[in-house]
Every structure is written in C-alpha cells, then in structure tokens.
Design a protein around this ligand. Structure first.
Ligand SMILES: *Cc1c(COP(=O)(O)O)cnc(C)c1O
Length: 450
C-alpha cells in the first residue's frame, strides 16, 4: 500500500503512460490552460469500448438473451450515453431528467429501464406509453400501475417488474449498501410475511413478468452481491412454481460491481462477477430467464480522470498545502467522505509530464471556501509547485459528470479521447465548460426577466 501510495498508486506503467500522453496532448492543444482552462475531465473512449467488450464477453456464454444497460446516473452526459448506445448498451434511468437524456442519446424505448423509488403517476404513465421497462419499488407503486393499466385502451409494451431487497446485509460503505435490512429500496424478502404477499401480488397480476434486484455497490464484497442475486433467482423460481408456469421471464440483476480505487488493476472483473454468480445462482444461467444488467461505476470509473492546475502552494502548521482547482465541485464524495472514497492523486509538471522527486506529505486542497475541501490529505507526492497539474484518477463515473454547484463554481469541460491507428490522439468535446453567463442564467432573479 505505502509503495503504491508513494508512487501515487500508479502500478501499471502502460496505464500511467496512456494518461500522461492524454495530459500532455491536452496541454499542447490548450484544452488545459493555466489562464483559461484550469480544470477538465477526460474520458478514454477506447478504454470505455474495451470495458464494454469485457462486460459482453463475461456474459457471452449465457443461454438466454442479455441486455446490458448503463446506469445513467454514473455519467449522464448525452455524448457519453450515445457512445455507450453505439457500443451496444441499453440505459437504466431513475428520473424524468435521466429519461430525457437517454431518449436524446438515441436509446430505443425497449432498451431503457426505469428504476426510481419515487416515480410519480405522470412518470409511470409516460413510461407505459413509451414502452420502457419499469421496476416497481413497493406495493403502493404496484397499485398505481394497476390503476394506470386499467385506464389504458391498448396494452403497454413495457416489461414490468418489482424490485426486491434480499436483505443480505451491508458492505463497508453503509450509504452505498442497497441490501441492508432497512434499505429504502425495493420490497424486502426476509421481513415477516412479505415473501408470501409478493408471491400473491405476482399471481394477481399476470402482466408482472420481471424481477429486479440491485445489490451493491462500492464496498460490497462480490460474494454478498452474488448471494443477493441468488435470493432473487430463488424467489423468481418460487413465483413460477406457485403460478404453475414461467410467469417471471426475466431477471434484472442491477449493477453495483465495486471498483478498485487503490491501483491500476481492474479488480474485480466482470468475469470474476459472472463466476461468483455461476457459483451461487446457477439457475440464472440455465436459459429460463432473460437477463438485464445495470452497471455504472465499473464501466467508466477507471476510464476517466480529472486534471486541475495548482494555483498556489503554502505551508500551515508544518503541513505543505497545494491549492488546486479541483475540489468538492467535482469530487464531492471524496471531499465529504474521504475515508470511503479515497482517490489516487498524481502530480505533473506544467507540460503534463509526471513529476519525480522525493515524496513529501502534502494536502491537495480545492478552490471551495470551506476548510474540508481537500481531495487528499497528507498524501506523499513529489513536491508540487504553482503551475503544476494534479490528476484525480478513476473519476470517469460519478465525479466530473455529477458536479456540485458550491461557490457557484462552473461545470468544467469534459473531453473524450481516442487513439487513431497512427497513434495520434483525437479529442472530442463531451461537455463544454460552463461560462459565467450560463451560470448567471441559472440563478437569475425570475422577477427581473420578462
Ligand atoms: C446506481 C444504480 C445502478 C448502478 O450502480 P453502480 O454501482 O454504478 O454499478 C444500477 N441500478 C440501480 C437501480 C441503481 O440505483
């Protein structure tokens, strides 16, 4: 651990070289600029394609059809969603905004899944009209769907399911654990009487043909995730036995594969996950159930990084501090829950070349006006100077794509990168940097506009 930390957690020379090439090219093309572009996100689109291929390959041996959807909340930039669509993914959404983004990215309705614990009647009616799949979160939502279906003149094409909580317990980050005894998500399977009640709900509703569970995510061990999926599969078998027919035709196993934020190796892999599922839930693969997956973080995290200029350096109480332009506005979870979400941080000189030099414990602080705005504390890094660039690794999901508007800091640009066959790098804009004018428009006094 200490060895990788001292070398900023970089333990794969090739991966480090790819990031450094991108950074140097970005500086050269002024996508990063100490005056005009102080902060930006980068997404390696070749890496994304390879990760999607790894996902498809891991499930390739399954007998039944599999639809892999991308959980839009992990990175909802429309060009990113469109790229994933072109790579053969569907899309999982959880709000009217995410649904609109998925449709704008060109996903066909039958490749979209709507999961949210707070769907309104209007959202449900819209989903049924479009024919997107819906997973109900609770018994009251099922009754709402009953009422909506009763008023329709034509049947809906939507695949309809119920989200269950197998209550297998928490991982190391309670806020990320969806299958605790008291989680807010889904219908609990272990609470007294619930399983019988839910079996009855299925038998009463022949249109209810899917089952959903999402056991995760970061910090939950693979075996526990697989245990949760196994409980869902056992429940589907029970419904089908009670119905005397294959009423449940498909199981949506959610996402939630954890990501390694400590080093460059991808672990666990999608193949590791499928092996755990085959061991604990073999019935999932016997061809009796179609499968939907909803991975987010594991598809994008390791393919993205944030780069920020260092504005000043100083020392306080004997601690060297570098003040840079990436803080809580792009690394919200890391700043507010540093023990749960540590990030690898690397130091680069103004050209983007990795700095060398004897590591010194430094705080890497962000630009926000509160004391806790630190992306790394007492982190051993080569001494950082004003004008240097720091990178925050593994931030392709839930970081630059999910900005926090503290201090009215603007949303930074996000650039996609591909290598052409000659080895050159091609950049494309996935999001333009927000301008002060755009920012003002979002906070304008409504009384002053006519
Ligand atoms: C967030 C979420 C996902 C994706 O989770 P990851 O940990 O990013 O893979 C999938 N399904 C549902 C229902 C979610 O809420």
């Amino acid at each position: 651990m200490s060895v990788t930390r001292e070398r900023c957690g970089v333990n794969d020379f090739q991966a480090a070289k790819r990031r450094e090439d991108i950074l140097r090219a970005a500086v050269h093309r002024r996508l990063l600029d100490p005056e005009d572009a102080l902060l930006a996100g980068f997404l390696d689109l070749d890496g994304v394609a390879a990760t999607v291929t790894a996902l498809h390959d891991a499930f390739a041996g399954t007998a039944a059809p599999v639809l892999h959807t991308f959980a839009a909340k992990a990175n909802s930039l429309i060009p990113v969603l469109a790229e994933l669509r072109r790579l053969g993914m569907g899309c999982e959404v959880a709000s009217p905004g995410e649904l609109a983004q998925a449709l704008a990215a060109g996903f066909a309705p039958e490749r979209i899944v709507l999961d949210s614990p707070a769907k309104t009647r209007a959202e449900l009616a819209h989903a049924l009209d479009l024919g997107i799949a819906v997973n109900a979160d609770n018994f009251q939502e099922l009754e709402r769907i009953d009422a909506l279906l009763a008023t329709r003149e034509t049947p809906s094409a939507s695949r309809l399911g119920v989200r269950v909580n197998p209550q297998v317990g928490s991982g190391s980050i309670v806020a990320m654990s969806t299958a605790t005894a008291t989680s807010k998500f889904g219908i609990t399977l272990r609470d007294e009487g619930n399983e019988e009640r839910l079996v009855r709900a299925y038998l009463d509703r022949p249109w209810l043909t899917w089952l959903h569970t999402h056991v995760g995510s970061q910090g939950v061990p693979l075996a526990r995730i697989a245990e949760g999926v196994a409980a869902a599969v056992a429940f589907a078998d029970k419904v089908n036995a009670a119905a005397g027919r294959r009423q449940i035709t498909g199981i949506d196993i959610g996402g939630g594969l954890p990501v390694n934020f400590d080093g460059d190796e991808v672990t666990p892999t999608f193949a590791d996950y499928v092996a755990a599922l085959r061991a604990q839930a073999p019935a999932l693969f016997d061809g009796g159930y179609e499968i939907v997956t909803e991975f987010g973080r594991s598809l994008l995290a390791k393919n993205g990084f944030i780069a920020a200029y260092v504005e000043y350096t100083k020392s306080a109480g004997g601690r060297p501090i570098a003040i840079c332009h990436a803080g809580a506005q792009v690394a919200t979870r890391t700043v507010f829950a540093p023990d749960s979400w540590p990030l690898r941080v690397c130091a680069h000189d103004p050209t983007g070349t990795a700095k060398t030099g004897e590591p010194v414990a430094q705080d890497i602080a962000g630009p926000c006006c509160f004391a806790g705005d630190l992306v790394a504390q007492a982190r051993p890094l080569p001494p950082v100077d004003p004008g240097d660039i720091v990178t925050l690794l593994d931030t392709g999901a839930y970081y630059f794509s999910t900005p926090f508007h503290y201090n009215s800091l603007p949303e930074p640009a996000v650039h996609g990168v591909r290598r052409d066959p000659s080895g050159g790098l091609r950049f494309e804009t996935l999001r333009s940097a927000q301008t002060v004018e755009q920012l003002l428009a979002t906070v304008m006094d409504p009384r002053s506009t006519t």
